[in-house]
Design a protein around this ligand. Structure first.
Ligand SMILES: O=C(O)C(=O)C[C@]1(C(=O)O)C=C[C@@H](O)C=C1
Length: 277
């Protein structure tokens, strides 16, 4: 079973998909998030595995936009504990590092450490790829931020460990597929909607859930392209579209929303050991 992810072997997205699907998964590296969606839409991968938010650095906006632009369904989620290493050439010394490259999300999650080290930073497209670049360049004053596994894969040295600004560093991934699933039990549903701007419009929209005791777990707004200063609201809620109260809430929202799409309902992923790496 092929699962597409953005990045190179050793990326956190690959670690997350292997943790989620175990041995059944064959990971398919893609250069961009667009290519992940495309691989699933064209049937080259059964699932796409996409980072959507991080507990330190926030949302990955590009993937919110792509969820709407593509006709795939969210069928699952996964939380990964992300612990970053500073990785250099074998023999490199931490005190001599002048510049650090990595994925922008990884740089953001280690912002405090990087400021303390007083190094220059440069974004590259993926954490594992940044290790490969440092290896190819052969400059002992340059380092990458990536996982322990990426350092091992490329035969590089770990100069510092657990350099994220807070140990409660988790990235949440969404799993997309060509067909929806219909979960019962502990589930979540992701939706996106737009509203006519009016006093209390968002309050009214959120009340369709509050009145039915439906817990909202995430809200994100994105610009509505072509309508300056109007917004799309992405909401994750606890519950499945198989439940009557969720169906009623969505039906109610649809009565006044100018646009509503259910991106998918999926089994909820809960941590068992939140502090393990
Ligand atoms: O660059 C990687 O290793 C990725 O898998 C991407 C990504 C992200 O986009 O957030 C995934 C998890 C971490 O938060 C850092 C980077």
């Amino acid at each position: 079973m092929k699962v597409a992810f953005q990045g190179e072997p050793g990326a956190y997205s690959e670690a997350a998909l292997l943790e989620h699907f175990g041995g059944q998964a064959q990971s398919l590296p893609c250069e961009t998030f667009e290519q992940v969606f495309q691989a699933v839409a064209e049937g080259n991968a059964r699932y796409g595995f996409l980072p959507i938010e991080n507990s330190l650095a926030g949302s990955i906006h590009r993937n919110y936009d792509l969820l709407l632009q593509n006709d795939l369904y969210v069928v699952g989620e996964h939380h990964l504990r992300v612990s970053h290493c500073l990785i250099g050439l074998p023999g490199a010394r931490l005190e001599e590092i002048e510049s650090v490259i990595s994925h922008p999300q990884a740089l953001a999650q280690c912002d405090g450490t990087l400021r303390r080290l007083g190094v220059k930073t440069e974004p590259v497209y993926d954490t594992a790829g940044s290790v490969r670049l440092v290896q190819a360049e052969g400059n002992p004053r340059r380092a990458a931020i990536a996982s322990r596994r990426a350092a091992q894969l490329y035969g590089m040295s770990i100069l510092a460990e657990a350099i994220e600004d807070n140990p409660l560093n988790f990235t949440r991934f969404l799993i997309v597929a060509a067909e929806p699933v219909h979960p019962r039990g502990d589930a979540k549903t992701s939706i996106v909607f737009a509203l006519q701007n009016a006093p209390g419009a968002l309050f009214k929209a959120l009340s369709v859930f509050a009145l039915r005791e439906i817990d909202l777990t995430k809200i994100e707004s994105r610009p509505l392209v072509g309508k300056p200063w109007e917004y799309l609201f992405y909401i994750d809620l606890a519950g499945s579209t198989e439940e009557t109260r969720v169906q009623n809430a969505l039906h109610n929202l649809n009565e006044f929303a100018t646009f509503l799409r259910v991106l998918g309902a999926y089994p909820r992923h809960r941590f068992t050991e939140p502090f393990s790496s």
